[in-house]
Write a protein of this length. Structure first.
Length: 111
């Protein structure tokens, strides 16, 4: 999963916090996957611009999980300490990497 975070004029924005929440089917719903179970935080936070201006991205699946269903929820947030959403969430219902192995989308700030 990757894309760009841009301002209203289309310029890349660095340092914008984004969050990934990952769930797997469990019973009649979903159960969250803890990406860092030792710290008790099941959300993964990163900032845009680490590899290229405005670029965001996650590669959350290990090869053993490529053919398993997961639900991913990605949004822009204030910060890890204040995870107030600044964007609507993008929800991806992933089934299998052979059906859709990469998701690419951009965010654009409206102001």
């Amino acid at each position: 999963m990757e894309g760009y975070i841009r301002d209203a004029a289309g310029n890349p924005l660095n340092g914008v916090w984004y969050r990934l929440r990952m769930f797997f089917p469990s019973g009649s719903g979903y159960e969250q996957v803890c990406l860092s179970p030792g710290d008790g935080n099941c959300d993964d936070y990163k900032q845009s611009g680490g590899r290229a201006p405005g670029l965001w991205g996650f590669a959350p699946l290990n090869p053993a999980d490529y053919a398993k269903p997961f639900q991913f929820i990605i949004d822009i947030v204030e910060s890890p300490g204040n995870p107030r959403p600044l964007s609507p969430p993008v929800v991806i219902n992933h089934q299998d990497c052979n059906q859709a192995g990469q998701y690419v989308f951009d965010w654009r700030r409206r102001y």
